[in-house]
Design a protein around this ligand. Sequence first.
Ligand SMILES: [Zn+2]
Length: 315
Amino acid sequence: MRLITIICGLLLAIAPAIAQKSSPHHRVAKTIATPLSTHDCGHNITLHLSTPEPTQGSLLLLELRSVTQPVTGIKATWDSREIPFWQEPKPNEKSPAVWRALLGVDLELKPENYALTLAAKTESTEEIPCSATIDVKEGKFATESLKVAPNFVEPNPEQLARAEAERQRLRAIFATITPDRLWDGTFHYPLTGVTTGGNFGKRRILNGKAGSPHGGVDFPAPAGTPVYAAQRGRVVLAEPLYFSGNTVIVDHGLGLYTFYAHFESISVQPGDLVDTGALLGKVGATGRVTGPHLHWGATVNRARTNPLQLISLPL
Ligand SMILES: [Zn+2]
């Protein structure tokens, strides 16, 4: 798996170079075909989507700007989920108020059109409705075959019961939306010296049987390599789990969680408020693994998304 991961990393690194070589004519055609990502809600309010056509496993940044009247709150739903918005501090009195939200597209969400609907509350208590269509495209994910210890593919009843109980706990954690935004600024790689990562969303065949898709990014690293918090947040889980081994989950607020797995040792406790770059633990090979590496995941409003997109978003 280590070799496969490294190969994927190289492919990712090569991709931008290939894109730059596309002809100017091709780029113009693509620009024309791209649907509008800014929606006029009326009343001098606009809604901007970082992309109107995300692929499975993507993260979108939504921005709502009101020029003439202050917006005091936003209620938004997408795919039957409530999308929490936060208000950015205004740089000066004349600049319009900006509200932002993160929208996660689960890596297995059926590719089709989904309506984003919202109501912006204003000081005059009038609610201004706005909507946008988000056209989810199929993600291009590779398939890989892995050989792992048999008990991780066909667990015995006791192991199955433990794994199922842990799955329910994780579901409950990811369904909890902490109302405060705990992160502050851009997200960082959880390991020093890495600039990319591969294998997110890979469909996996484990010992010849179809497994669930890979919900994170793997970074191969020697056991003992320090792992750092990608941003500020509160530790909500720090313990060994059946599949992910020694695991740490950080709640960044507003439904955003980062997930760190297979640690050799854990350096934090549940309840700890950690800053960006705080030591969470050390790379190991605990749980379902083929060698030492860090598995890094990002969940937004229960949607499993590519954590590398967190780094590229201007948060
Ligand atoms: Zn992994």
